[in-house]
Design a protein around this ligand. Structure first.
Ligand SMILES: [Zn+2]
Length: 198
């Protein structure tokens, strides 16, 4: 696996250090190639592509940020994770891309240690739980790594929306996570992290 070094596109002045304890996996449907993603993230005011790594529609691996620099990809995790985004046009990936993604995970773990891999879906739930805890809500949402399953995700989203309806006065951070809750990268997460029995 070759990694195309695009870290030169990042304006790292003012960015904080990152101490990765997790790898967070994302997907994008809209931005097939690195330049598309870079333009979009710059438009959003980011210092460059928000993820550390990106696997493009053409199955190329780009590094957008050094791993010891903060990311801009998962609220609550940007100072303690490596963000990886995989392009997928329709929410699924072929064998070639899943092999590339697995090789990239092996590379990252080989560089910084055998850290856990989670989906962005799960990262959102974990951050929400942390905020609910800090702010004394006494509620905890129990969706684990299976939250990328569409049935589990739909159930989770309904439950979170009901929570928001019942807690109209809750703060903006909590509201923002719940209203923006999305299944990222969705079920293809399992194609990346789970090696299935033949
Ligand atoms: Zn994501």
């Amino acid at each position: 696996m070759d990694i195309i070094d695009m870290t030169g596109t990042l304006d790292s002045s003012g960015l904080r250090p990152n101490a990765p304890q997790l790898i967070v996996v994302h997907s994008t449907r809209s931005y097939p190639e690195f330049g598309d993603l870079l333009a979009f993230h710059r438009e959003r005011g980011f210092a460059g592509v928000g993820y550390h790594f990106f696997i493009s529609a053409s199955n190329r691996v780009y590094q957008a940020r050094p791993m010891n620099i903060e990311g801009a990809h998962a609220l609550g995790f940007n100072l303690r994770s490596v963000g990886i985004c995989v392009h997928s046009k329709d929410g699924s990936i072929g064998k070639g891309v899943s092999e590339t993604a697995r090789a990239l995970l092996t590379f990252v773990r080989g560089s910084i240690g055998d850290i856990e891999v989670i989906s962005h879906t799960y990262a959102q739930v974990a951050y929400l739980n942390r905020l609910l805890d800090e702010r004394g809500f006494g509620t905890h949402f129990d969706y684990g790594s299976d939250a990328v399953d569409p049935t589990v995700f739909d159930r989770a989203r309904s439950e979170l929306e009901r929570f928001l309806d019942g807690n109209a006065g809750c703060d903006e951070d909590i509201r923002r996570i719940i209203t923006g809750f999305k299944n990222c990268p969705g079920p293809m997460f399992n194609d990346i992290v789970r090696v299935r029995a033949p």
